[in-house]
Design a protein around this ligand. Structure first.
Ligand SMILES: [Zn+2]
Length: 176
């Protein structure tokens, strides 16, 4: 490859620089995607605690991901993964397969621990409107009573056992 500067003034130099930048960017994207950009491979399975939000669903849709498995529902973003409704082109494409939510105490546990680290006021208000008030109340109870610190020191099985009675109570009152 030639290292000589291109001829033809500023516009040609800018164009060559832009082409070089795009080649580098493309190579980085291909590496990051395991070659997805070149070969269209889509064979990874992503396992996640909480149902992906809109932004995550978009990244999953664009990435080399064949299937998503998640434990807990996120009522706020429910339905946002369905890109097939956006355009005729998306409707023709295969969308990543989804498994979840689980519909048991483990799904409530997954959603609850996700809410412990992310519950801005507007989000909380929307979750209450969607029927998740009892879980939001439990988040505040756990945070106010410093139980979050105790939970953080436990492994997942211990934490699940510690919260079990309250997860069972939530299972009775949360929307399906
Ligand atoms: Zn997300």
């Amino acid at each position: 490859m030639s290292a000589r500067p291109p001829r033809g003034g500023n516009a040609a130099r800018r164009s060559a620089r832009s082409a070089r930048f795009n080649r580098v960017r493309r190579a980085r994207c291909d590496r990051a995607n395991g070659g997805y950009g070149r070969r269209g491979r889509r064979d990874l399975v992503l396992t996640t605690t909480l149902q992906p939000c809109l932004q995550c669903a978009a990244v999953i849709r664009l990435g080399p991901i064949a299937a998503v498995r998640f434990a807990g529902p996120d009522r706020y973003w429910d339905g946002c993964h369905d890109f097939g409704k956006l355009s005729a082109r998306e409707a023709r494409r295969g969308q990543p397969a989804r498994t979840g939510p689980r519909r048991d105490e483990l799904d409530i546990f997954a959603t609850l621990i996700s809410r412990l680290v992310h519950l801005p006021p507007a989000y909380e208000e929307a979750l209450r409107a969607l029927g998740e008030g009892p879980m939001v109340d439990l988040v505040h109870e756990l945070e106010g009573g410093r139980e979050v610190d105790r939970l953080a020191a436990m492994d997942v099985i211990e934490g699940f056992g510690y919260l079990w009675p309250r997860l069972q109570e939530l299972a009775k009152v949360l929307p399906a």
